[in-house]
Design a protein. Structure first.
Length: 154
């Protein structure tokens, strides 16, 4: 502390110099820590920017793959329709190859079941080909007048 004249004693000056030196060291350490933190922050920001760019690239790639997949599924559906003409087109539906395969299997089973039912119905309603065999007239069922007419025609 300054004396009555407003001056410091040489011991006080030395003590203040030491104190000032320690404070400068602490300040320099704090500056070094802040510099390290700033460097780390800059590195993290750079890494974040790189990750963000990579994420955008992956998102673009994913969209491209989705588009290609949809095109491939559409072409596969066209091939399934062409190779299965007995199956109605409305029955072959799906957004993926697995869904298309499942719908084709279900449609084949349905077509097979319908064919079996139609074959059974056709068999039960079968009419023998040609006219029925001719049989003679049952004379007993005719009236006396009809019997005379039948006899004269023979």
């Amino acid at each position: 502390m300054p004396n009555e004249n407003g001056t410091f004693t040489p011991e006080e000056v030395e003590e203040l110099k030491l104190q000032l030196g320690e404070e400068l060291k602490a300040r320099d350490q704090k500056i070094a820590e802040l510099g390290t933190q700033l460097l780390t922050l800059t590195e993290l920001q750079t890494e974040r920017d790189q990750l963000k760019t990579a994420l955008e690239n992956h998102a673009t790639e994913v969209e491209s793959l989705k588009t290609n997949l949809q095109a491939a599924v559409g072409k596969y559906q066209g091939l399934l329709l062409a190779s299965n003409p007995q199956i109605p087109h409305e029955l072959i539906q799906g957004a993926s190859i697995d869904e298309l395969n499942a719908s084709v299997e279900n449609a084949r089973a349905l077509v097979s079941k319908i064919r079996e039912q139609v074959a059974k119905e056709a068999e039960t309603a079968r009419v023998p080909p040609g006219a029925p065999p001719r049989t003679g007239v049952e004379v007993e069922a005719l009236s006396p007048t009809e019997k005379i007419k039948y006899g004269l025609r023979r």
